[in-house]
Write a new protein. Structure first.
Length: 271
């Protein structure tokens, strides 16, 4: 399978390493797309001896079977529809961009029209198969409580506006408590999992997100609770942060790899 990667960060690096070792089936990275000023994506392409591109149309012209987006919400908003319309499968990791209903509808229409697969992995959480099943029967409420060490919330405009000294926290501090729709926009790199949960379950407006900075934890901790016709669901995940990017969990990185394996296989277990 010919694969294009958008971005040059930890997830892109992980893809390249595993594909180079032959651990993702017959996947082959044919190009890495980045900004002209991005040294990381360019350096990654040079390291793995694949083409480096800055133009989405050039990537489409290279005819990958699938593109892995590991960039940002803005890329999904600007370019994802073109990729899908060209009949190229797209794995979207910046799922929070899809909190925009109009954008999500456009991407879904493009995928249906071209037959391309639009795939949003579970990321750093689990239980989405149970949430999807319970949603069919009827869910009354779904909550995601995401707690991370204070350093994982640094450099975020919304947090700066709160006027909080993250480094001085001695107790857990709730940064946000409300609908997932607003939350994923406030924390574009931290809570894409809230978008995946919302789309699998009862939507962005009914899914509650609680974002917490907790100086007493070292792992990114997510607690999903749901209640509905089929009963109650409760799951806790304590994820090791990615060494290069504490905003992201290792599990989220490997969820992206698992998604690519699933795309290649006619056999699937759970989600």
């Amino acid at each position: 399978m010919r694969v294009g990667i958008v971005g040059g960060g930890s997830i892109a690096q992980l893809f390249c390493e595993h594909i180079a070792r032959g651990e993702l089936g017959d996947a082959e990275v044919i190009a890495i797309l980045g900004r002209a000023s991005s040294s990381r994506a360019r350096a990654l392409a040079q390291q793995h001896r694949v083409a480096f591109m800055t133009d989405v149309q050039a990537l489409i012209g290279a005819a990958p079977a699938a593109v892995v987006e590991a960039a940002a919400h803005a890329w999904v908003e600007a370019h994802a529809e073109r990729v899908l319309a060209a009949g190229i499968g797209l794995i979207v990791l910046s799922a929070g961009a899809m909190a925009d209903d109009l954008l999500r509808a456009r991407l879904e229409r493009a995928a249906r029209a071209s037959g391309a697969l639009l795939y949003v992995p579970s990321g750093g959480i689990g239980a989405l198969d149970a949430i999807k099943a319970a949603a069919v029967a009827g869910l009354d409420e779904v909550t995601l409580r995401t707690a991370k060490p204070p350093r994982a919330w640094q450099g975020i405009d919304y947090v700066r506006a709160l006027g909080i000294d993250l480094a001085a926290l001695t107790e857990a501090y709730v940064l946000y408590d409300g609908p997932a729709r607003a939350g994923v926009k406030h924390f574009p790199q931290n809570v894409n999992i809230a978008a995946a949960l919302s789309m699998a379950g009862i939507g962005f407006d009914r899914t509650r997100l609680v974002a917490v900075a907790d100086p007493h934890i070292v792992r990114n901790t997510h607690v999903i609770t749901a209640r509905g016709v089929t009963g109650e669901i409760s799951i806790t995940l304590e994820n090791v942060p990615c060494p290069e990017n504490p905003k992201t969990a290792w599990l989220a990185c490997y969820s992206a790899l698992a998604a690519l394996k699933a795309v290649q296989s006619p056999v699937r277990y759970g989600t």
